[in-house]
Write a protein of this length. Structure first.
Length: 216
């Protein structure tokens, strides 16, 4: 351990155990946990001191992630990475690329450290199933760091219902026919009292001009 130390508190109803995949030159603590609802998940708490080279840190983290077993359905990493996601430089972009290689999506989108001269996003949460998480930032008041949180839903988010989408094919668009219809139909259009009726009438004009069968 080369930084300030790392701790994880975990509730008793999660079947958890420590996982030893960390190499010597990275500050991290890894747990594997599951219960009857949450599938087997790898949780990592990681800290990169500001004076630790970001390139070496990224390489070591990638090597650590390659050591994980394949039986983990989900993965979540969090803590202070000291890599600014608001104004990413070259080394931060390389770190982002590494996270993408492992399908790890970053959840926090607000500054987590605010001073009189800067606003940075350096405390991050990554997970492989972002659709199951609610996350955010909580200002603490006295320190310059804000607290971040990520809450995993105990059930899958329901899939959206199917939507019908009308598509008009303009492959056979006829400009002359469209202009004729538009001239003839303006009087009818302005006599329609409701906006939805006007919208529907305009849709019909475009349908005719696209080459569809014309009706009276």
């Amino acid at each position: 351990m080369h930084g300030c130390g790392i701790a994880i508190y975990i509730v008793g109803n999660l079947n958890s155990k420590r996982v030893d995949i960390t190499i010597d030159d990275i500050d991290a603590l890894w747990l594997s946990y599951r219960n009857r609802i949450v599938k087997k998940t790898l949780l990592g708490a990681i800290y990169r001191p500001p004076n630790r080279g970001p390139s070496t840190f990224t390489e070591n983290l990638e090597e650590t992630l390659n050591r994980r077993t394949n039986d983990h359905i989900e993965m979540m990493l969090h803590s202070e990475f000291n890599l600014d996601y608001i104004s990413p430089n070259t080394t931060t972009k390389r770190f982002q690329h590494t996270m993408n290689l492992f399908n790890l999506k970053q959840l926090i989108n607000q500054p987590t450290r605010i001073t009189q001269t800067s606003r940075t996003l350096i405390d991050l949460i990554f997970c492989t199933m972002p659709e199951l998480y609610v996350s955010g930032v909580l200002p603490m008041g006295f320190p310059d760091h804000s607290a971040m949180f990520g809450i995993r839903e105990s059930h899958r988010v329901p899939l959206p219902t199917n939507a019908n989408i009308d598509i008009i094919n303009y492959k056979h668009y006829n400009p002359a026919l469209f202009c004729d219809d538009l001239k003839i139909s303006l009087g009818i259009f302005w006599n329609l009292s409701k906006v939805p009726m006007r919208r529907g009438y305009i849709s019909k004009i475009f349908s005719y001009s696209s080459g569809q069968t014309r009706t009276n």
